[in-house]
Design a protein around this ligand. Sequence first.
Ligand SMILES: NC(=O)C1=CN([C@@H]2O[C@H](COP(=O)(O)OP(=O)(O)OC[C@H]3O[C@@H](n4cnc5c(N)ncnc54)[C@H](OP(=O)(O)O)[C@@H]3O)[C@@H](O)[C@H]2O)[C@@H](O)CC1
Ligand SMILES: [K+]
Length: 511
Amino acid sequence: MKVLTAHQMKEIDRLTSERFLISPEILMERAGLSVVLALQSELKDLSKKSFLVLCGHGNNGGDGLVVARILHQYTDEVVTVVVGDKTKMSSETLANFKRLKAIGGIIKFLNEDLSLDELVQMVKNYDVVIDALLGIGIKGSVQGILAQVIDVVNLYARYVVSVDLPSGLDTDTGKVLGKAIKADLTVTFGLPKLCHILFPGRELTGILKVADIGIPKILLNADEIKRNIVTKDLVLSSLPKRIKDSHKGSYGKVLVIAGSKNYPGAAVLTSIAAYRVGSGYVQLVTCKPADEIALVREPSLIVRGFEQEFFTPSCLPTVFEVAKNSKVVVLGPGLTQSDQTREFVLQLLKELDLPMIIDADGLNNIAENLDVLFQRKGPTLLTPHFGEFARLVKLPIEAVKYNYSLVEEFSKKYGVITLLKGATTIISNGESTYFNLMGNTSLAKAGSGDVLAGMIGGLAAQGLDLLSAAFCGAYLHGLAAEMYNLKEGTMLTSELLDLIPKAMEEVCKVG
Ligand SMILES: NC(=O)C1=CN([C@@H]2O[C@H](COP(=O)(O)OP(=O)(O)OC[C@H]3O[C@@H](n4cnc5c(N)ncnc54)[C@H](OP(=O)(O)O)[C@@H]3O)[C@@H](O)[C@H]2O)[C@@H](O)CC1
Ligand SMILES: [K+]
């Protein structure tokens, strides 16, 4: 499913009207109706509820005025409060103001007909607050009376439904512009916006419903919209097919270069994960004692263990030898950082032309030598978490968190694919970007990234390009965590490995 910026949505709005002759007024009517239908499906009998509809003077407020009018069909317990200036309403919003008045709807203007204290009482007393204060037209920080109203709603409302997006969110980043509504339910139109999937906006959105308001499909499916949410259907259509008449070589050989005396477990987790997603042959090159641990844990691994404590350039000839019959390389988990390991990693990146997934200390070891990426001869995927990405781009962590534009620019500049791990994971090759929403806090645990890197390697070995392997891996990894049926956070990373088959089965289930 595609996901939009405010600018893209406005452009779609313009084309809907100009090219397809569907006026903003029609869209506004359908937007309002879709909110009421969503309310009905969540709350069932609307006649038994009371509604307080808060409207700004922009078109988001116009949608709210439609919502109020339609709610009057179900109950008389509807009051609309405008927090704004009637003279600033667009023609469509004003028309809906008049329609609501015409059916006898009660409309009050805050600070004229109603004080803030009176509004506090109403917010406390009504069952549902509809937030139609600000939508995609928000500019700058929310201050003054509007900020006070948002505080009141967040403090006292029992159930909040946001129209299009929680008021106060930056549509394109999901950041709070001063103050933002915390919604239980958000109904958006046509397609999700970035604020619904990026934190903190994702949290403030509550349940998200995407309503069809009659925007022509050709506009919503346009190839120029390059940002997507990873869905089950996308993963299913991208996964490798299993053929009856096949052998281990049919499913690709993965070479995992990982582990050190300090971190032997990382190498084991990565290697087994590659098998779990269906790869036919996994070779692990590592340092002692990971080789022995790996074989005890999974005897089907093909293991080469160096006597030394960490990788050095002296390991290169062996690695190149093993790489000869590999299809993809996963480099990095548990390597540790040292001058010699850095030299080993840089040489490998320059000389090995296989597709490569670089994770963890693989990334930390190139942070001061990013230009090495220009010398790569094969496709490259980097899988940093926020801290690692911050190190790569030399910015504070706060500046890189959920910063999809930065991920896109970085990927384009260095000719790589980047997967930025987070509660929403961002994957981009600089042209197309994918957002994975699957997963939960069980993944916030040592070793979870090692498993992801192995899964991506295993999928790439089976023929997926690195971008598809990355978004499929991220989705399956998240889904596996969601399938753990005991208390969230108590899962061991080794148990995550054992949930991968369940996640793969779930994706392949019809319906
Ligand atoms: N696009 C579509 O396809 C469809 C769009 N639809 C709906 O239209 C919505 C977009 O409407 P929009 O463009 O009128 O902007 P909107 O979000 O109401 O806010 C702008 C108003 O808020 C004000 N304002 C801004 N920033 C502020 C701040 N920081 N603090 C305080 N005030 C601030 C600003 O006032 P100003 O400062 O300019 O006086 C301006 O009047 C969209 O979200 C959806 O709900 C549907 O009808 C169906 C089809
Ligand atoms: K809103």
